[in-house]
Design a protein around this ligand. Structure first.
Ligand SMILES: Nc1ncnc2c1ncn2[C@@H]1O[C@H](COP(=O)(O)OP(=O)(O)OP(=O)(O)O)[C@@H](O)[C@H]1O
Ligand SMILES: [Mg+2]
Length: 508
């Protein structure tokens, strides 16, 4: 029995995002929703959850259905609450008073360490913030789960933990999940919806196999289109020939026949639909101004500590040279972001050595943080560019259009952009900074597959020097040429990332 039915559902926001979508979701369904950035995945989840009114069609829910919805971003109003309180607030008031043990059970199931539970969400890593949102939803015992990009910000161990947790849920709790993480989708879904402006396709298969089936359908439609167009052309040629003969011989029959052939060609052409063409969600480009300095950053056994001064690890003596693409490997809480912040400070004050870190004075930093927090939701994309850089409006608009932003979006609020659109705006800001050293903290979060691959290619093409933190295995493998691993309170250079990946997979 279906719990939710979508009938002829459509949403138009400026352009049609999707239309005529028919889908029912019932017990046992583990549905993955796949589409490029900005194509309406989050909008569809909002509609299913009841918080967004679709433009067309309707949604019916079985009576009393409780839908648990985990949004793509942390709602700002929650940031000041402690992790524990954020979850407690999700219970109805009377239950919050008498059954607060439910919070402990939910946090226990997700392995949230005790010492983090009383910390405000704003002081927690992106990964713990996401798990807090999940706990908030889970504590209210939903009949159905909607998860929007749940693996963003999670490290490898937590992604596989989340997979296990989802796979251990009672089978009658359906799951609907949007994600760009292919391995994760394969691990948790059994149905896949490819969301498209017209003719969205659903397959009773997990992502990879569904993708093959979709490619087959697209290819056969492309072949049919080509064949129909060719037949129409042939009919027109025959018609032209008959027409000539008809004129010369004065035969009425041939004139009628000519007309019929032309009409058949018209009908074929009118009915033929080109196969679906995937558009890019916008280009990503980087720049590299270069520098004459060889060693960009020198680490002289710098101590990396927690905010209260507890030593996490020492860096030993290490250098970052031009053309190095250093990947920093380490578990959650090992101190990766702490080191990134120390590097930022050292680059901002090149005259002094900050806690054993010395940066070359000619460094121009391109910094991209996990939360894209330097892009204010209340600003507009056009405002961001024209205020920060010396650009005329025309040039700014051209750049924004290239990054996938329509005229409307350029002057609308940043907060209304989809996650991936915001990430692309962040990349454009980085490029205009024209840096010679990049510090990137989880740069692939929110980016669709096309965007992830373009970012990889750009970093390699410009021979950008960078230090990056990423949980995305294929990105790390493709981009890194040096690997620094935090282990046993030391930062050590290792040959490659595989040892670390295997260790995480083995020990969680
Ligand atoms: N309130 C709004 N007003 C106008 N446009 C909006 C609004 N909310 C979303 N949009 C636009 O609707 C489109 C779909 O957004 P949505 O967030 O659903 O995309 P998405 O598929 O989830 O993308 P991503 O992969 O980047 O998360 C985007 O172009 C977005 O800019
Ligand atoms: Mg989204």
């Amino acid at each position: 029995m279906a719990l939710i039915n979508l009938r002829s559902l459509g949403v138009t926001l400026g352009a049609p995002l999707f239309s005529n979508l028919n889908l029912s979701i019932g017990p046992g369904d583990r549905l993955g929703i796949v589409a490029a950035n900005g194509r309406g995945k989050s909008t569809l989840l909002r509609a299913i959850s009841g918080s967004f009114e679709p433009t067309a069609g309707d949604i019916t829910r079985s009576r009393g259905l409780r839908v648990g919805y985990v949004e793509q971003d942390v709602p700002a109003k929650l940031l000041d609450a402690t992790l524990y309180d954020a979850v407690l607030q999700a219970l109805p008031p009377e239950q919050a008073e008498s059954e607060s043990w439910r919070v402990d059970v939910a946090l226990g199931e997700l392995d949230v360490p005790d010492e983090l539970r009383q910390r405000p969400l704003s002081k927690l890593s992106g990964g713990w913030q996401r798990l807090a949102l999940l706990a908030r939803v889970w504590v209210a015992e939903p009949d159905m789960l909607l998860l929007d990009e749940p693996t963003n910000h999670l490290d490898l161990a937590r992604i596989s933990q989340l997979e296990d947790w989802l796979n251990a849920l009672p089978r009658d709790v359906p799951l609907v999940v949007c994600s760009h993480d292919r391995a994760f989708l394969d691990g948790v879904t059994n149905r896949t919806l490819f969301l498209r402006p017209e003719n969205s396709q659903v397959f009773p298969l997990p992502y990879s196999r569904a993708r093959e089936a979709l490619d087959e359908i697209d290819a056969s439609e492309a072949r049919r289109f080509e064949k129909d167009m060719k037949t129409a052309q042939q009919l027109r040629r025959q018609a032209a020939k008959l027409n000539n003969i008809g004129i010369n011989s004065g035969s009425d029959l041939l004139v009628v026949k000519t007309k019929q052939l032309k009409e058949r060609a018209d009908r074929l052409e009118d009915a033929a639909r080109p196969a679906h063409q995937e558009r890019s969600a916008g280009t990503i480009k980087l720049a590299n101004r270069g520098t004459h300095a060889k060693a960009l950053v020198a680490l002289d056994d710098a101590p990396v500590t927690t905010p209260d001064g507890t030593l996490l690890f020492r860096t030993g003596k290490l250098w970052i040279r031009q053309g190095d693409r250093v990947v920093l490997l380490g578990r959650n809480g090992a101190g990766k972001t702490r080191l990134v912040n120390m590097l930022r400070r050292a680059i901002a004050q090149p005259d002094t050595s900050v806690d054993g870190i010395k940066a070359t004075p000619s460094l121009v930093l391109g910094y991209g943080d996990q939360g894209l927090s330097d892009l204010a939701d209340k600003d507009t994309p056009l405002g961001v560019l024209t205020r920060r850089f010396e650009l005329g409006e025309q040039r700014a608009r051209t750049l924004l259009a290239g990054a996938g932003m329509t005229i409307d979006m350029q002057s609308n609020l940043v907060g209304r952009l989809s996650g991936g659109q915001k990430a692309r705006l962040g990349m454009l800001v980085l490029r205009l900074t024209n840096p010679n050293f990049y510090l990137l903290d989880e740069p692939t979060n929110h980016l669709d597959i096309d965007g992830q691959e373009t970012l990889e290619a750009e970093l390699l093409k410009h021979e950008a020097s960078c230090l990056l933190v990423s949980h995305d295995r294929s990105f790390v493998r493709a981009v890194g040429n040096r690997f620094w691993q935090i282990e046993k309170r030391r930062l050590v250079e290792v040959e490659g990332p595989e040892g670390f990946f295997a260790d995480v997979a083995r020990n969680g």
